[in-house]
Design a protein around this ligand. Structure first.
Ligand SMILES: CCCCC/C=C\C/C=C\CCCCCCCC(=O)SCCNC(=O)CCNC(=O)[C@H](O)C(C)(C)COP(=O)(O)OP(=O)(O)OC[C@H]1O[C@@H](n2cnc3c(N)ncnc32)[C@H](O)[C@@H]1OP(=O)(O)O
Length: 224
């Protein structure tokens, strides 16, 4: 069952949900990991570079939607049978990094390499993510790190949750700048997936942050 869910999740993550479901098309069908008018020149340049790398199939762009389709909610019930997923709340639920308006929050696109077990996230942090004036909030940086590492772990290992996340913030990230989050799967021990990443400037000269994380694959036999 676990393998089946992981397979479903992988195909959804790589190809997007099937059209024609009952969620509103704005919420379900708009792929937010494509260029929009808020993306600056650097973001577009990096996006084009990774799309070029994707031409031979080694890298794949990961589509990204505001909310999960109904089949994802069914997956959750397998692992959390006792969870009270209230209909009204679930109908309003959105993926946290996609919940802010275009351009003001998290603008990002992710690419995954299955052979190298690597995920790259290009990220432009908007003005509503400010912490110290002029710079990104550490929580916003942590959110993108967790999301990118999460995709890396899930796409390589199956359905898992963050158990542990350690971040070293080396340099402040200027608001509205574009950075690259490089993630990799380091090793797998039983149900534990060890992943790590760094965040660098576009020219790779500045190391902004480094992180290591443990994801634990969910066990459907356990009542989580
Ligand atoms: C559920 C269906 C999901 C469907 C997904 C759908 C769509 C995905 C779409 C997009 C994904 C985007 C990516 C998002 C990434 C964001 C991820 C998150 O932020 S998750 C939220 C934060 N995390 C949590 O809330 C987790 C809370 N913790 C738990 O639920 C549990 O502790 C657990 C992590 C599940 C582990 O519990 P479990 O009972 O299963 O494990 P064990 O205790 O038996 O331990 C197993 C193994 O792991 C080691 N372990 C456990 N905890 C830790 C820890 N904190 N640090 C280090 N190691 C840990 C433990 O020692 C055991 O090791 P060993 O076997 O060697 O003894």
């Amino acid at each position: 069952m676990l393998r089946g869910c992981a397979g479903l999740l992988r195909s959804w993550a790589l190809r997007g949900p099937k059209r024609g479901r009952s969620f509103s098309s704005e919420v379900l069908h708009v792929d937010h990991s494509l260029p929009n008018p808020s993306w600056n020149e650097d973001m577009r340049l990096l996006f084009d570079q990774f799309m070029k790398k994707s031409e031979d199939g080694s890298w794949k762009r990961l589509p990204s939607y505001k909310c999960n389709p109904p089949e994802r909610i069914e997956d959750v019930k397998i692992f959390f049978p006792d969870a009270k997923l209230l209909k009204e709340q679930m109908s309003q639920a959105q993926q946290f990094p996609r919940s802010l308006g275009e351009g003001v929050g998290f603008e990002y696109a992710m690419f995954h390499n299955h052979v190298e077990d690597r995920t790259v996230c290009i990220f432009q942090g908007g003005p509503h993510l400010q912490g110290v004036p002029g710079f990104l909030h550490g929580g916003a940086i942590a959110t993108m790190i967790d999301s990118a590492l999460g995709m890396c772990a899930i796409l390589t290992g199956g359905i898992a949750m963050t158990a542990n996340l350690n971040i070293n913030f080396r340099r402040p990230i200027p608001l509205c700048s574009v950075v690259v989050i490089n993630c990799q799967l380091d090793r797998v021990e039983g149900r534990k997936l060890f992943v790590s990443c760094n965040i660098r400037s576009m020219d790779e000269k500045t190391l902004y942050s480094e992180a290591t994380s443990t994801f634990v694959k969910l066990d459907p036999k356990k009542k989580n």
